[in-house]
Design a protein. Structure first.
Length: 312
């Protein structure tokens, strides 16, 4: 997973949208019988213009809910809308809605064809980053419905959906990958974390030790946690005796995936695992120079010097 993130998310999150608030109903003065009352400076022509220029009444809440549900369905969000509000309309006469969902985070959706959908977690993260760089930044529309404001709760739910079984203690949005998926980092309270990605409503996860091997970074995972992760992979194998203090993912080929482990008080090893993460073969660092360039975490002992005067 060598995700290349595109431009700042703000460029994708309605930053160019100028929203006109939903129109309010207008009123006119009438007499006791309900007939219009002429006021100073008015005329029949002026009254006609007033009728033509009058904005339509704001839609009723049930109409907003129904319209938001239609956009959520068209946007393939899977959201059962429980609450919605019309944020306004754009210069292109599209409507912008915020909606809360029965399960998972809510969205802000613009009624284009197809709808432009952004979840509230991504919007909140983008706004936080923009404000950190410039407290006066215009961050665009944001989710304000109460059910949409606990973004950490939604990030923990994302981790569960992606198959992360640990207790999540930290999580953040990383950005949009080149394939259009949104990538997140998840930290665990007692083990190594992951990058997770959602693309086309499907989740994938990548252990942080693999992220590091692919030149990514994991802010929520320590080297010790990665070492502990590799030690769990060694359980029940001939490498199980290695008290792993450092570890790295070396790469993979048709034969399997290769990890190097530095062992406390012992020679390090390189282990080859299959697709099910079962150890297939173990190579001591002292004899593994031909395996992917050999061990980098363990210094191999120098070859014994030949005695003076020739061969032994």
């Amino acid at each position: 997973m060598k995700a290349r993130f595109g431009a700042a998310l703000a460029a994708l999150l309605f930053s160019a949208i100028s929203i006109v608030p939903a129109a309010a109903q207008t009123t006119r003065e009438t007499d006791d019988n309900g007939r219009p009352v002429a006021t100073e400076g008015t005329s029949r022509a002026g009254a006609g213009r007033s009728r033509r220029d009058r904005q339509p009444a704001a839609p009723a809440p049930e109409q907003v809910l129904a319209a938001a549900q239609e956009q959520a369905t068209l946007g393939n969000t899977g959201c059962q809308v429980t609450e919605a509000k019309l944020l306004g309309t754009t210069a292109e006469k599209t409507s912008v809605y915020e909606m809360a969902c029965a399960a998972g985070p809510g969205y802000i959706i613009e009624s284009k064809t197809p709808p432009v959908v952004t979840d509230c977690v991504v919007l909140a993260d983008s706004a936080a980053k923009m404000r950190a760089a410039n407290p006066e930044a215009d961050v665009g529309p944001q989710c304000t419905i109460e059910a949409n404001t606990d973004t950490q709760k939604f990030l923990r739910e994302y981790a569960r959906q992606a198959g992360v079984a640990c207790t999540v203690d930290e999580a953040k949005v990383l950005g949009r990958a080149s394939d259009g998926g949104i990538t997140y980092e998840v930290g665990c309270s007692d083990t190594a974390g992951f990058w997770i990605k959602k693309l086309n409503n499907a989740w994938s996860k990548t252990p942080c030790i693999q992220v590091l091997a692919e030149n990514g970074t994991c802010a929520f995972t320590t080297p010790a946690e990665n070492a502990a992760f590799v030690k769990t992979l060694f359980a029940g194998s001939e490498a199980a005796s290695c008290d792993v203090t450092e570890a790295r993912l070396m790469g993979q080929n048709a034969n399997g995936v290769f990890y190097e482990a530095k062992c406390a008080g012992a020679d390090g090893v390189i282990a080859r695992l299959n697709a099910e993460n079962a150890v297939q073969q173990v190579y001591p660092c002292a004899t593994a120079q031909a395996i992917g360039g050999g061990c980098k975490l363990t210094t191999a002992p120098a070859a014994a010097a030949a005695p003076a005067g020739g061969r032994p």
